[in-house]
Ligand binder design. Structure first.
Ligand SMILES: *Cc1c(COP(=O)(O)O)cnc(C)c1O
Length: 231
């Protein structure tokens, strides 16, 4: 166990160094980029190890897994922030609203309505990102630029849902530089929709391409494998 703890600590430190270097290369401040440790399918012990190494933001893909881990760690790690990054079914909304600081993967008006209802009943304001699929890559969930503009308006009409940015997840590629155009498209769309004042966050970049994403304006990078090992 302690070997695993040390390994997770070292990997987090290594990823943080790479983030800092990518920021320097892009003329940005390292504090502009939040490292989100994606702990899906990993045991609570792995989350504890990362937390002990100073990591505070964690991402989960499955609503019930987020709920289980959040409730298990609540008492010992009250400043830990959960993020939901997976596809969100309507009947799972109740598990994540109020527990997750940020929902990264909103794609429909029905989701916004369900989140609004749940957040109102808890008397909280739920921050969300809209997940894009700009390139027309068919495999991943996500919405077009036009649909994103419409959903931003929907969120502005809601009183308990606040849209704070965009998320994108390009397909895996052998050469991470090939994802640069997707990241650039996301940033341009964010600027068309009102810029960083209105939509401060761009959640983009994973283990294989987070440095490229940082070069193109990412404010949150979602890193799983480079921290917790393979799944
Ligand atoms: C699993 C996952 C990640 C992390 O992927 P790695 O390649 O392991 O870093 C990031 N974002 C989302 C939405 C994921 O599902």
């Amino acid at each position: 166990m302690s070997f695993e703890r040390d390994a997770i600590r070292q990997r987090i430190e290594h990823v943080r160094r790479r983030i800092a270097e990518a920021c320097t290369a892009a003329g940005r401040e390292a504090q502009e980029v939040t490292l989100l440790a994606v702990s899906k399918t990993k045991p609570e012990a792995a989350v504890r190890a990362a937390y002990a190494a100073g990591q505070r933001d964690f991402g989960e893909n499955y609503a019930q897994e987020l709920r289980r881990k959040a409730d298990a760690l609540q008492a010992e790690a009250s400043d830990l922030r959960w993020h939901f990054v997976g596809p969100l079914q309507r009947n799972k909304v109740r598990h994540v609203v109020g527990r997750a600081k940020l929902l990264h993967s909103i794609t429909t008006a029905e989701q916004v309505a369900a989140i609004e209802q749940r957040a109102a009943s808890l008397d909280v304001v739920q921050d969300v990102l809209l997940q894009l699929n700009l390139s027309g890559e068919s495999t991943k969930a996500g919405i077009t630029a036009e649909a994103a503009a419409e959903l931003v308006r929907r969120c502005e009409q809601a009183t308990h849902v606040r849209c704070v940015g965009l998320m994108t997840m390009p397909p895996p590629v052998a050469d991470p530089r090939r994802n640069a155009p997707y990241f650039e498209q996301a940033r341009r769309l964010r600027d068309e929709l009102g810029g960083p004042q209105r939509l401060p966050h761009l959640s983009m970049g994973m283990t294989d391409d987070f440095e490229v994403a940082i070069e193109h304006g990412a404010t949150i990078v979602r890193v799983g494998t480079a921290i917790f090992g393979g799944r």
